[in-house]
Design a protein around this ligand. Structure first.
Ligand code: DI6
Ligand code: FE
Length: 403
C-alpha cells in the first residue's frame, strides 16, 4: 500500500466478503473496509487495517457489510404494464395462451415502440429506484420489447441513460430474439433480421454488452438461437440464454456449447445440460419471481447444480409479463423458500455469482482489494435475516463506486 490516505473507511462492521478463497461467506467478525479512488483499498480485520489516515471514517455500529447487490437479469426498460393480462391469467388463461393470441410480450412491444426515449427512461426510473433502495449497485437490463432496429436501439439507449440519472452500474443485453414482432409470423425472417441488421447496428453503436435469446417452444428453436449466437461471436459479444423455462428444449446444453456467461431460468434443464454448463463455466441464473408469478410447479434442479459445481445466481427477471418484481431481497427470500437454496447460496447468488453471470467478477461482486467499492451496510444482527424477512428493508447505507 502507498502512503496515500484512504478516501473513506467503514469500521466497526461485520463483513461478508464473499472472497472465493474463504469458506462460506468469507465472514470477518471485527472488520473494516477502506476505499481509495472508488476502489476497495482494504477489506479485512479492523486491527490489521493499515493506518495511512482517511478523509472520512464511518462507524457502522457493528452492522453487516456485504458487496453491493447485483441484479443480473432484468427487463427493466419498457412502457405500460400488463395488469389486464394478469387478470386474464387469474381467470384461467395461461401465459402461453395469451402469447399465442397476440398478447403477452407483443403488447409490451406495442407500448414500448409508442414511447419516446425520454418517456422510457422516466417510466423505468421508479423501478430502478426500488432496486437501489435495497442496496443494488449493478443492474443488467435487456432489450427485447422493441424487436426492430430503431426500437431495440432506443431501449438500449434508455438503459444506458439510467446510469447518468442514478449512481448505479448498468450493463445492457441485446435480446432481439425475444419474440416475433407484433403481426409477424415468420420466425426465420425475424432471426435473419436479428443477425444481419439489428445485432450489427447495436454492436456498431456499442449499445450492448452481451446478447441473449429466448429458447422455447413459444419463442425460438435451438437452431435459430445458434444462428444468433454465431452472429454475436462475430461481433465479439458474450452470450446468455433464456433456457428450459417452460420445457426442456436443450437450452442449457446449447448455452454451454457457446460458452455462455449464463443460462437463465432452467426449471426443466436436464442433467446432461447441467454437466455441460459445469464444463463451460456457465452460471445458472435462477429467477424465482417468474416461477412464483406463473405459479410454476417444477423448481430448477438445484441439487444437480450443486453436485456439478455450477454457480447459482439469483435475479428479479423484472418484467411486465412474468415477474413484475423490483425487490432483489424478495428474489433472495424466494430462492430459499421456493427453490430451497441455503442462506449462503442466496447471498452469493445476488453478489459473487451474479457478477460472474455478467462477466464482471474481476470488477465487482466481492469485498476484495482492487475491486470497485460497492457496499451495502445492513441493520441486521445475523446475516440470515436478509433472507428470512419478507417485505422489510434493513438497508442502512449503500455505497457505489466509493460514494
Ligand atoms: N422469459 C420471461 O420470463 C420473460 N421473457 C422471457 O424471455 C417474459 C417477458 C414478458 O412476458 O414480457
Ligand atoms: Fe427474462
Amino acid at each position: 500500500l502507498s502512503n496515500a490516505a484512504f478516501d473513506k473507511v467503514w469500521r466497526n462492521a461485520r463483513l461478508a466478503t464473499l472472497a472465493p478463497a474463504a469458506a462460506g461467506l468469507g465472514v470477518v467478525e471485527h472488520g473494516a473496509v477502506a476505499s481509495r479512488a472508488g476502489r476497495i483499498a482494504y477489506a479485512g480485520p479492523e486491527h490489521d487495517l493499515p493506518s495511512p489516515g482517511a478523509a472520512e471514517i464511518v462507524d457502522c455500529g457493528g452492522r453487516w457489510i456485504t458487496p453491493g447487490l447485483i441484479d443480473c437479469h432484468t427487463h427493466l426498460v419498457y412502457a405500460g404494464n400488463r395488469a389486464a393480462e394478469f387478470e386474464q391469467r387469474l381467470a384461467g388463461a395461461s401465459y402461453a395462451d395469451i402469447a399465442r393470441a397476440g398478447g403477452g410480450i407483443a403488447s409490451s412491444v406495442a407500448a414500448t415502440r409508442e414511447a419516446s426515449l425520454e418517456r422510457l427512461v422516466a417510466e423505468t426510473l421508479p423501478r430502478l429506484d426500488a432496486l437501489i433502495a435495497e442496496g443494488v449497485t449493478t443492474v443488467e437490463v435487456k432489450s427485447g420489447y422493441g424487436l426492430d432496429g430503431p426500437n431495440e436501439a432506443k431501449q438500449l439507449r434508455a438503459a444506458r441513460q439510467l446510469a447518468a440519472h442514478r449512481p448505479v452500474g448498468i450493463t445492457t443485453t441485446f435480446l432481439g430474439a425475444h419474440a416475433l414482432p407484433p403481426g409477424g409470423d415468420d420466425k426465420e425472417a425475424h432471426i435473419a433480421r436479428v443477425c444481419n441488421e439489428m445485432l450489427p447496428g447495436v454492436a456498431a453503436e456499442g449499445l450492448a454488452d452481451a446478447v441473449d435469446a429466448f429458447c422455447e417452444g413459444i419463442a425460438f428453436s435451438p437452431e435459430q438461437v445458434a444462428r444468433v449466437f454465431t452472429a454475436a461471436r462475430r461481433h465479439g459479444l458474450p452470450v446468455k440464454l433464456h433456457a428450459d423455462q417452460l420445457s426442456d428444449g436443450g437450452g442449457a446444453r446449447l448455452a454451454a456449447e457457446y460458452g455462455a456467461l449464463s443460462a437463465d431460468h432452467l426449471e426443466y434443464a436436464s442433467e446432461n445440460g447441467v454437466a455441460a454448463m459445469a464444463r463451460a463455466g456457465t452460471v445458472a441464473v435462477l429467477l424465482p419471481g417468474a416461477f412464483y408469478f406463473l405459479r410454476e410447479t417444477q423448481a430448477p434442479p438445484v441439487a444437480l447444480f450443486r453436485r456439478h459445481g455450477v454457480p447459482m445466481a439469483l435475479a428479479t427477471d423484472s418484467n411486465p409479463g412474468t415477474s413484475p418484481l423490483t425487490s432483489i431481497l424478495l428474489a433472495m427470500n424466494m430462492g430459499a423458500t421456493l427453490f430451497r437454496m441455503t442462506v449462503e447460496e442466496c447471498i452469493a447468488g445476488a453478489t459473487r455469482e451474479a457478477a460472474q453471470a455478467l462477466g464482471l467478477l474481476r470488477q465487482i461482486g466481492t469485498l476484495e482489494t482492487g475491486k470497485q467499492c460497492d457496499l451495502a451496510v445492513w441493520s441486521v444482527d445475523t446475516i440470515s435475516e436478509l433472507i428470512y424477512r419478507i417485505g422489510f428493508n434493513p438497508l442502512h447505507l449503500r455505497v457505489w463506486n466509493g460514494q
